[in-house]
Structure formats: structure tokens, C-alpha cells
Ligand binder design. Structure first.
Ligand SMILES: [Ca+2]
Length: 374
């Protein structure tokens, strides 16, 4: 095991910043309708299509989608699979910006009902696409009769989708659509260059809650980090010898971080999906996590059905849908050009101290590093 957890106070200054994935806009499902095909078979797996054109003269700043399907959907935009879910009660926003074009865009959704739920298993799809323009305007496209239900999975034509009813209808009712911050899996990538192979390269890594780290495509840390606590402020960091993994010339760091986002008996949630990294090469600071890193929520990880771990456990079941996998994203040659830059929260522990003084009266005097800014 390369990683050793180190007491927080063992390091009092950091040059890497806490980073996380960019937050997507909150989307509600008001004005959207539940739609389905005209098929009466309960095990139908219809495809839905909507073409959306944005004109050249209106610069698109971001495009975000939120869909929910009973029981499963997979979203494809301009030929790229971007996400999906089997958990209609907890929909998650998906960023469409990287594949959005000026001109025509094709949205394809493959939905599926789960016949195992019983002969009267309800089936439906609902969602909204929010387009934000650089001049501040916004446009919403909701599921309605303008969506076509495809006659076959490869077809580009079909009948108008069947409207089941407005958002809020039974059996689905209201759906919690605020950004879900539990059980998130985030991928990070950073490429950098070294003039020569290091004699000694030591990384310090902190995360809420667990991480896996690859250097130049090789797994260097498996399930790193300790649980947070026992005090609410503390996060441990790992000290990891990366010397054997680094080389002269180009190097690639890839990290998969798992954020639980809730407390357990042995874990204090920071409330932030944060990751912190810095690397000293031959005793000199060489690389730190910042907004030049790329960050992307891994679309293949989601929620399982019941039973869920009880309140004593901070970690959720692991659900992985291989159809939504990102491919060989830990490899140096992976093209991450469509990934967004990470958002930098700041250096530890400055931001934390600042906000802690505003919020707390008795526990803010300890120099704790690398606490997450709250
Ligand atoms: Ca169903």
C-alpha cells in the first residue's frame, strides 16, 4: 500500500486548491408532460426523437437536460451517449454543451419499462432541456407532442408521442429535481510535462470521500483516503510515492473520486464534492489541483433500487451501467476536450476559516488543513 494517511497538522501550507466538477443549473419539470408510445405492450422500449435548432447568431452558453423515465432511459445527442438512469425518483441533470452545435441538434432517447414490476407497471418519460444563451436569454424544450415516437430504433420518423398527462400526475407525483449531491462519482484528468524522470515524487491527496488514482494509465492508488471525522472540520490526506509512475516528458494523472454526500456513524460529510492534489518533485512544488484540471461526473454510476444501506453507513450501493461508460478515460491518449474545467474552491484552509468565523464561535481557532471550504 503506497498511501499513508497523515495527521492534518503535519502540513500547514498548501499550493493545490480544492476542486470539484462545475455545478449544472437546477431544472424543474414544470410545463413538461409525461409521454410514451402508443404501444399497449407493457414491456415496450420506445425511442423518442426531437430535433432542436439554435441559430448561428445566438451564441449558446450552456445546454442542460433533466429527464426521468419509468423505468429506464438512455440519452443520445448528436450521436453521442451522454447519460441515462434507472431511477426515476432521483433524476440527475446532464450537460449537453460539449456536443451542442449551432444549427440542428438531434436528441434521441431510448426508454424502457420494467415488466417485472407487475402487469400494470406504469411507463412514462418526462424531461426538459434548458438552453442558456450568452446574452442572458434562456429557452426550454419540454417533453410534449412535438416529440416523435420512432417506429424503429434506427428510424428518423414516427408518430407524435402519446401525452399521458402533465407533470405532477399520478402515479409519479412531484419529483425531487434539485441537484442531487449524494453518491456522486467524478472523474478528473490533468496532463503535465516533466523535464526529466524524478528522483523522488511525493503527492499529497485529500478527498471527500474515496478515490482511485492512475498515473500514465497505471493504477497507483486503489480506494484511497480515510473517512472524515471525528470532528466535522477534519479531512485526512494521503501521502503517496508516485516516483515509479512518472516519466520524463508528458504525464497524465487520472482520478476517480466517490463523494458519499451524507453522514454515517464513522463519517462526517463536508457538504462538498471536493478533491485536493499536490505533487512535489525532487522537493519542489511541481503540480497542484486547480481550474486547469478537467472534471466530469461519471455518467455510468447511479443509484440502485432498494434495499439501501441504513443510516449508519455513509456509502451507498454501487450501481454501474456499462452502456454509459466513458471508455478508457484513465489512459493518457483519451480525448478529454469535451470535459469542462474543474471549479476551484480555493486553497485550504483559508476559505474554510473565513466562512467558519462567520458561522461558528468556538471551533475556528485551530489551523486545520486541508479542511474543505464550506
Ligand atoms: Ca414501470
Amino acid at each position: 500500500m503506497l498511501a499513508n494517511a497523515v495527521e492534518l497538522s503535519a502540513r500547514d501550507s498548501w499550493q493545490g486548491q480544492w476542486i470539484g466538477p462545475a455545478k449544472l443549473p437546477d431544472i424543474d419539470l414544470q410545463e413538461a408532460s409525461w409521454i410514451w408510445s402508443n404501444e399497449t405492450r407493457r414491456d415496450a422500449s420506445p425511442g423518442f426523437r426531437r430535433d432542436i435548432t439554435t441559430s448561428d447568431d445566438a451564441r449558446v452558453a450552456s445546454v442542460t437536460a433533466l429527464f426521468s423515465a419509468d423505468n429506464h432511459y438512455r440519452l443520445q445527442v448528436n450521436g453521442r451517449i451522454l447519460g441515462g438512469s434507472s431511477d426515476w425518483q432521483h433524476p440527475r441533470a446532464i450537460d449537453l454543451t460539449p456536443v451542442w452545435r449551432s444549427g440542428s441538434n438531434t436528441i434521441l432517447i431510448h426508454a424502457k419499462n420494467n415488466i417485472n414490476d407487475g402487469p400494470s407497471s406504469a411507463a412514462g418519460l418526462i424531461g426538459k432541456i434548458l438552453i442558456s444563451f450568452a446574452d442572458g436569454r434562456a429557452q426550454s424544450i419540454v417533453t410534449d407532442a412535438d416529440w416523435r415516437c420512432l417506429s424503429s430504433p434506427t428510424s428518423s420518423t414516427g408518430q407524435p408521442a402519446r401525452i399521458l398527462g402533465a407533470y405532477g400526475m399520478e402515479p409519479w407525483g412531484e419529483i425531487k429535481t434539485q441537484t442531487n449531491t449524494t453518491n456522486l462519482w467524478t472523474c478528473y484528468r490533468k496532463q503535465f510535462s516533466l523535464a526529466q524522470k524524478p528522483t523522488q515524487a511525493v503527492a499529497r491527496i485529500a478527498v471527500d470521500s474515496k478515490y482511485w488514482l492512475w498515473v500514465n494509465g497505471k493504477l497507483a492508488v486503489f480506494e484511497g483516503s480515510l473517512k472524515r471525522g471525528p470532528t466535522p472540520q477534519d479531512t485526512y490526506f494521503d501521502e503517496v510515492d508516485l516516483t515509479p509512475f512518472l516519466q520524463a516528458g508528458n504525464n497524465t494523472i487520472a482520478v476517480l473520486a466517490w463523494h458519499w454526500g451524507k453522514d454515517g456513524y464513522s463519517h462526517k460529510n463536508s457538504g462538498k464534492n471536493g478533491f485536493l492534489f499536490e505533487l512535489d518533485v525532487d522537493s519542489h512544488f511541481s503540480l497542484g489541483s486547480d481550474a486547469t484540471w478537467k472534471a466530469q461526473i461519471h455518467p455510468a454510476f447511479g443509484r440502485t433500487g432498494e434495499p439501501h444501506p441504513n443510516y449508519r453507513m455513509p456509502d451507498e450501493n454501487v450501481h454501474f451501467d456499462a452502456r454509459l461508460d466513458l471508455g478508457a478515460w484513465t489512459a493518457p491518449e483519451f480525448d478529454d476536450s469535451t470535459w469542462k474545467p474543474a471549479v476551484a474552491f480555493g486553497l485550504p484552509p483559508m476559505s474554510f476559516r473565513k466562512s467558519a468565523r462567520a458561522k461558528r464561535s468556538s471551533h475556528d481557532s485551530r489551523a486545520i488543513s486541508p479542511s474543505l471550504p464550506i
